[in-house]
Design a protein around this ligand. Structure first.
Ligand code: PMV
Length: 359
């Protein structure tokens, strides 16, 4: 499929106004996306667990307007006007306008809220952009009721990607691949696809407890971070490694090999941060407490033979991943050993999920 195929033919229905609401989850990458080409095309494929509890709930109200020259929209977060979200949404509208030619026909009211604290350092762009993309697809569905369920999902992921790359992986669950990879049938740089192969029981209801180490504003936006991969001395090798890790994860997921899973996932997390530390300019997004937690996880694993492991986003928070059957013991360990490193003792218990829902 090409970008062109997402440009709709003329709509056969006309709609004056309406309102749609979607909830869409966050996701956590196992093989990370870091580095992109023009038009939000990833330098390497990535795969993620869709989450359940960390999500954005967005309602989009729309009404026809006279002036069709400009975009017209208002944004509210938790019921309060949120003008600092506007530039990002305006950029998103510009990027998707060719694919949603009705954008200038309506005034939009975007009302959004997150189930996790906004300042928690948990990226809301994946859940937020995917929720908005789905609301816009619901509007398009009114204008063209013939769109199939499959095309609806695909285009929602395509649009979400143009808002934030990782958002393309939040539409469905429980494992999603984004980025073309020769061994993943149907994979595409343009949208995320449900992981198409067998997944072992060991990964069913996999747990993700997110330890909130640092809730401060991000030092580096992901846009800046991705751009630092241009001309990065280790970039090409990193992209090759991600390709290889995606190949390797296929048999790991099939066989349920948790030791190999741990090695791959932790190496991916540290490599992501290594890329930031070796870019120019360079950044360290981990905090001392991030390292303390990692060391504690390693000690615990050694002492107990647990299959708990960690992964990281582009920040200091730690995602603690573990199989469902270890839920009680690992949560005990988190409470007794790791919560002390969390800001105000805060953590979020999440679990692998099935994707977005229309409300
Ligand atoms: O979607 P973006 O542009 O915010 O990039 C996210 C990148 C990471 O979260 C660091 C990795 C990933 O694959 O989600």
């Amino acid at each position: 499929m090409t970008e062109q195929s997402f440009i709709p033919e003329t709509y056969n229905q006309s709609v004056e106004n309406g309102k749609f609401s979607w909830e869409s989850p966050s996701n956590i990458a196992l093989v990370k996306y870091w580095g992109k080409k023009k038009n939000q095309i990833p330098e390497n494929p990535s795969i993620s667990f869709t989450l359940s509890n960390c999500k954005t709930i967005t309602s989009l109200s729309f009404s026809k307007k006279e002036n069709k020259e400009d975009y017209s929209f208002e944004v509210l977060l938790d019921g309060e006007p949120k003008d600092d979200f506007k530039p990002k949404i305006e950029t998103f509208f510009k990027r998707v306008e060719d694919y949603l030619p009705f954008l200038k026909d309506y005034h939009f009211k975007i009302e959004t809220s997150n189930t996790f604290p906004h300042s928690s350092g948990i990226a809301s762009s994946a859940s937020g952009m995917s929720a908005l993309a789905l609301c816009l697809m619901s509007v398009e569905n009114e204008l063209n009721p013939n769109i199939s369920q499959e095309d609806f999902i695909k285009k929602a992921s395509f649009l979400a990607r143009l808002g934030s790359g990782s958002a393309s992986r939040s539409i469905e669950g429980d494992l999603v691949v984004w980025g073309t990879h020769p061994k993943i049938e149907g994979s595409s740089d343009l949208y995320g696809v449900k992981y198409p192969y067998e997944v072992h029981e060991n990964f069913k209801n996999y747990q993700d407890t997110i330890l909130l180490v640092d809730k401060g504003e991000k030092q580096v936006s992901s846009t800046v971070g991705h751009n630092l991969m241009h001309g990065h001395p280790f970039a090409q090798e990193r992209f090759r490694q991600a390709d290889k890790n995606l190949s390797n994860i296929i048999s790991i997921l099939k066989e349920g090999d948790l030791d190999q899973f741990i090695a791959l996932v932790e190496s991916e997390a540290l490599t992501l941060h290594a890329m930031m530390m070796t870019s120019m300019p360079y950044f360290i997004l981990m905090k001392p407490k991030t390292l303390e937690i990692i060391n504690k996880i390693w000690e615990y694993r050694k002492a107990t033979n647990s299959k708990v492991c960690f992964t990281l986003d582009a920040g200091a928070n730690v995602h603690v991943l573990y199989p469902e059957k270890e839920s009680n013991s690992v949560l005990e360990f988190i409470k007794s050993e790791l919560v002390a490193y969390c800001q105000n003792g805060q953590y979020i218990c999440d679990i692998i999920g099935l994707g977005a829902n229309k409300l």
